[in-house]
Design a protein around this ligand. Sequence first.
Ligand SMILES: NC(=O)C1=CN([C@@H]2O[C@H](COP(=O)(O)OP(=O)(O)OC[C@H]3O[C@@H](n4cnc5c(N)ncnc54)[C@H](O)[C@@H]3O)[C@@H](O)[C@H]2O)[C@@H](O)CC1
Ligand SMILES: [K+]
Length: 493
Amino acid sequence: MARGHCNWLLTPSAMGEVDAAAAASGIDSYGLMEKAGQAVAAAVLRLFPGAERFVVLCGPGNNGGDGYVAARALHETGAPVALFHFGDPATLKGDAATARSRCPIEGAPLDTCRPAPGDVIVDAIFGAGLARAVPPAVADIVQRVDEAGLPVVAVDLPSGIDGRTGVVMGAAFRARHTVTFMTRKPGHLLLPGRMHCGSVETFDIGIPFRLVEAKGERLFVNGPEAWDAAMPQTDAAAHKFRRGHLTVFSGGAAATGAARLAAAAGLRAGAGVVTVASPKEAVAANAAHLTAVMLKAVETESDLADYLHDERRSVFVLGPGFGVGAKARAFVTALAAAGRRLVLDADGITAFAEDPQALFSAFADSVPRLVLTPHEGEFARLFPDLAADPALSKVDRARQAAARANAAVIYKGADSVIAAPDGRALINGNAPPSLATAGSGDVLAGIVGGLLAQGVPAFEAAAAGVWLHGDAAQRAGAGLTAETLINHIDRWH
Ligand SMILES: NC(=O)C1=CN([C@@H]2O[C@H](COP(=O)(O)OP(=O)(O)OC[C@H]3O[C@@H](n4cnc5c(N)ncnc54)[C@H](O)[C@@H]3O)[C@@H](O)[C@H]2O)[C@@H](O)CC1
Ligand SMILES: [K+]
């Protein structure tokens, strides 16, 4: 794999187009299948040298073709191999038919397969071409292999996982390892697909990368390649206001902690100045806990108008602990009208559930300066039609939401998707499960605010924020709390 390409993602249909383009350019398509199957055999032997039997399950398309190559390659090493086919192998076409004709092992129908202890399963039933829920015979073998607890190595994708959406189509193998080709597919990262893949290996079968790039869909795994160039450069002499001013709105006296978490995270992420803007009744509670972060009473819309007279107060986080209601809507509208940049999180999102269009209109007419950070429930409040459409993947949903809101959208979860109004999208993969803890979302909103304050554009700030959040969580370890998470946020560069 060429350097810098390992974060590329292609949907199965785009990969199919790449395949076709490779064949059209004169590349021998059977040669690609041969390399794919050989790579699978090599992975299986490397991971399970002590297997008593390799059980190769072959489907009716080219995924099955890879399986026939792998079965032959395993057999040629002298290993015991059993082969089972789904569908009538006599109806195989093209490269898959060639692969079968070169495989010396007599296969048997899938429903006669009886997995036994010591078996290692090679799953080559369906890959990129899975088009609907798996048939009963496949659901049945998935269940039997699962119950027997046997290790599975999946070819391209675990059969039953939709490579575009990550959705389980009826039933799907839980692989220990998956060997895919050229690039990963969204279903390797999106849940629940990711949980079915085990470790994922991307093998270069020799398609020139320019053909992959030509079919690229502006979809990548989130990582520094996606946003490094937009990040602030460290300059020890930089005046603190040049590193930007972030303001985080606090909730009332009983709900101040969330804003302080966001503020502290924004400071760690490199904002020059951070202020908590607090209702009067909560000033004392906030004052008791803030040191490096400044504090200012901002109670009413008129207070906010006064506060906005200082143009340096350019970036805001509104939502954590703020409360859902007319005040949130009025503040957001005022910030939008004043040309400010905003991370809208939690209660700030829910406040617009009755009239999302009011939010979208307020930020419609500019370079994106809104970052929305919905989890699944909040996403459904702002974008009910997108959330309810079963044909859309999480990437599709985030992209359409970003375009509608003219915002960078962080559609949160263990598989957070970050999308821009212009169609760029990233799937995040570095968040450990420990990150699902109280206050974690407040910290994320603060990091993104801190990056916006330093002049990072909305999409890059959102993407870098999600990645730095996951990175901090990895270093904070299993018992992390929102407070310890903040202490592990690294300034970039
Ligand atoms: N560049 C690449 O990525 C390459 C891909 N290859 C392999 O080719 C695969 C894609 O091949 P195909 O497009 O033939 O797709 P698949 O082999 O994944 O499946 C397609 C076949 O399954 C049938 N099918 C789909 N869903 C079904 C369901 N629910 N129940 C019953 N039948 C169903 C279809 O009618 C078709 O016959 C990849 O996953 C990969 O393993 C390799 O051969 C090498 C080159
Ligand atoms: K498969």
